[in-house]
Design a protein around this ligand. Structure first.
Ligand code: PLP
Length: 273
């Protein structure tokens, strides 16, 4: 496997980042996960826009998007897997041991790994921890993701593939790596970005393509919703068949099934919507 690092395509074993990289020591970095189908990235422009927004949110210099595009093309050309997880990581670079940032420039790593298509439905659990809708990192896709590591491990221990968070006000927010949608009276709703969720790219496309509404919802809506589904880069639209102890045996229900179909059609029509 080859990765892009330090301005060129390199063998993974030869690509060495400093042990003092601020991304490693304090999680001072941002990232994107992009779906790649047969070596072609999906919605790359939207992902690169979000990468820049996340970098600005951390006070990092804007990433060189020409280089990021060249890097994505190079790793995909070297390894055009049928379904790929293209990962762009951009950090504060070599730094001191504390939280202050160094001045030797940023680190960019781009890599692709093979993945498999997710099942059409899955189980989720709610977690006892909250998303902070008012934090310095809220809405940024940063490499400070250890809270998600802990919550996802909790989900796996409970036989689920995703953990859902409420925010500090007890409102529905998002998953560790996905956005959440519910169907109420036949209409699709998803929490607004003000809930503290990431502005997911799949979420935005799903809202555009299905007319889903952004609605502030209590976490308990998960107990009553007719249908629940997740969206993310690698899940696309995925039905939920269990929330905690509540079974939704009909998943995907009719509204979710239609959203899945629309997403598949529209995303097949345009690789960079
Ligand atoms: C915390 C979080 N929420 C939501 C998402 C879904 O966003 P996207 O559809 O852009 O993959 C992600 C992305 O992986 C995420 O990390």
């Amino acid at each position: 496997m080859k990765v892009w690092f330090d301005g060129a395509l390199r063998e993974t074993d030869a690509a060495r980042v400093s042990v003092l990289d601020h991304g490693l020591t304090v999680g001072d970095g941002v990232f994107e996960t992009v779906k790649a189908v047969d070596g072609r990235p999906f919605a790359l422009t939207r992902h690169l826009e979000r990468l820049t927004r996340s970098a600005r949110g951390l006070g990092l210099p804007d990433p060189d998007l020409d280089e990021v595009r060249r890097a994505c093309a190079a790793v995909l050309e070297a390894d055009p897997v049928p379904l790929g997880r293209l990962r762009i990581t951009y950090t504060g670079g070599y730094g001191p041991l504390g939280s202050e940032r160094g001045d030797r420039g940023t680190t960019l790593v781009v890599a692709v790994g093979e993945t498999t298509r997710r099942p059409d439905s899955t189980a989720v659990v709610t977690v006892p921890w909250t998303r902070n809708e008012r934090g310095a990192l809220t809405g940024l896709k940063t490499t400070s993701y250890a809270e998600n590591v802990v919550a996802l491990a909790h989900a796996h221990r409970h036989g689920a593939s995703e953990a859902l968070f409420g925010n500090t006000a007890g409102r529905l927010c998002e998953g560790t790596g996905s956005n959440v949608f519910v169907v109420l009276d036949g209409e699709i709703h998803t929490p607004p970005v003000a809930s503290g969720c990431l502005a997911g790219i799949t979420r935005a496309l799903t809202i555009e393509w299905t007319g889903a509404k952004e609605t502030d919802l209590p976490l308990e809506v998960l107990r009553e919703a007719e249908e629940v589904f997740l969206t993310s880069t690698l899940r696309d639209v995925q039905a939920v068949h269990r929330v905690d102890d509540r079974e939704l045996p009909a998943a995907p229900g009719p509204v979710t099934a239609k959203a899945m179909r629309i997403f598949q059609e529209r995303s097949g029509d345009d690789l960079d919507p």
